[in-house]
Design a protein around this ligand. Structure first.
Ligand code: ATP
Length: 395
């Protein structure tokens, strides 16, 4: 919901404000570029104006631009605003106009803030709230309704940000993902299986500014075309957050290796496969200048993810393995998957065969694992990675 006359979207970016001037400016540039790409991807137009600690998008489609900003990494919140003179009269008029158009029953509240030196305006923020509140009250009465105020749980919340030269009046603060603008960190390889967890993990790295290079390891008879298609469609859902970035999926055909490992290893099977996948990811990372690998693992969620097993799988690569889900409960990961739009694709029935053994090791030692896994496991990983397919994804 936005003011009927809104022609500007105010975009806030929380964490950038604490950076040094130089870093902040670079990150703001990146954020403005990413927001521009997001608008283009959605067929929206708008002039992006940069001001200290804020971006302003001047647009004739404020609702859709607000939604686009709220999907852009680095944005903490966005509001479609009407801009008025920083006088009590002008603010009251704007508040009353919004109330007349947007009131739909229930209590209201006015929340005002004033930025800048205290003597800049001949009124305080509390004056805006009380005088503005009275104007809203009258506006609701003029509709033949009975107004009520509830500062804690209003149905209609009206906001005012009053600055030296102008005041912004709005009725929604839409939360963005927060984090940092995409592209402000070096890329990482994302091992994406298409399950619930790994797309969420990749999204979390993107949220902190790191572009991802998705890698899917095709398990052959243990996976199949549906499993592969599922992984690709979860990446397509992630790509909606990253217009202008290449999220092509690197599909590595590992059917023979998986079959071999499944036949020759029992309780250590999954750990050898995970190490194989990390080695595949490292090969792709080296080619693309990526500086880490992200997986969807969470401590103890599966037998291959006990704290002991995570330690032995890590030893397969010299790159850092990022596990942003590490301490998250499954329910929280699933909620986030729903919020970011990957859940639906992740839960398509992929009809794959179970590769996990009935009695998996939960406390593996590196010595035992090295002795059991094929001697040339990492050479095989490099060879499979070399012959991979790259599946383009539209963003
Ligand atoms: N076929 C695969 N291709 C790429 N990465 C994979 C694949 N299978 C597993 N991984 C990586 O290893 C992690 C742990 O594997 P696990 O077997 O728990 O995955 P999953 O349950 O199939 O999927 P998810 O972890 O995404 O829910 C995954 O989160 C993912 O990062």
């Amino acid at each position: 919901m936005h003011p009927p006359d809104a022609d500007t979207v105010l975009v806030r970016h929380g964490e950038l404000g604490v950076k040094s001037e130089q870093v902040r400016r670079k990150m703001e540039d990146r954020l403005a570029d990413n927001l521009g790409a997001m608008l283009d991807a959605r067929g929206l137009s708008g002039d992006i104006e940069r001001r200290r600690n804020r971006l302003f998008v001047h647009t004739d489609r404020p609702g859709e631009v607000t939604a686009a900003a709220a999907d852009t990494f680095g944005v903490s919140s966005a509001s479609a605003v009407v801009t008025v003179d920083p006088t009590l009269d002008a603010i009251e008029t704007a508040l009353a106009d919004i109330a007349r158009e947007r009131y739909d029953g229930g209590p209201f509240a006015v929340d005002a803030r004033r930025a800048g030196p205290a003597d800049q305006h001949p009124f305080a923020s509390t004056d805006i709230e009380s005088e503005g509140g009275a104007a809203v009250w009258d506006a609701i009465e003029s509709l033949g309704e009975t107004p009520a105020v509830d500062l804690d749980d209003p149905d209609l919340e009206l906001f005012v940000e009053c600055r030296a030269d102008e005041a912004f009046v709005f009725c929604e603060k839409r939360d963005g993902p927060g984090g940092l603008p995409l592209g402000t960190q070096r890329p990482v390889v994302a091992l994406v299986s298409g399950g619930i967890d790994s797309p969420v993990a990749a999204w979390k790295l993107m949220k902190r500014g790191a572009p991802v290079i998705p890698v899917y390891v095709d398990l052959g008879d243990y996976g199949g075309p549906d499993h592969r298609a599922r992984a690709i469609s979860t990446v397509a859902a992630l790509a909606a957050y990253a217009p202008g970035y290449d999220l092509s999926v690197h599909v590595v055909d590992a059917g023979d290796v998986v079959a071999d490992v499944a036949e020759s290893l029992d309780s250590l099977r999954m750990l050898a496969l995970r190490r194989f996948m990390l080695a595949v990811a490292e090969t792709v990372a080296d080619e693309h200048g990526a500086v880490g690998i992200v997986t969807g693992e969470a401590i103890g969620q599966k037998s291959s993810q006990t704290s002991a097993n995570v330690a032995v799988t890590d030893a397969a690569t010299t790159l850092p393995v990022h596990r942003p889900n590490l301490t998250a409960d499954k329910a929280a990961i699933t909620d986030l998957a729903r919020d970011i739009g990957t859940f639906e694709d992740s839960t398509i029935d992929a009809g794959c065969n179970r590769v996990a053994p009935s009695y998996p090791e939960t406390n593996a030692s590196l010595e035992r694992l090295r002795a059991a896994e094929p001697d040339d496991l990492f050479d095989l990983a490099a060879a499979c990675a070399e012959t991979r397919d790259v599946v383009p994804i539209e963003s």
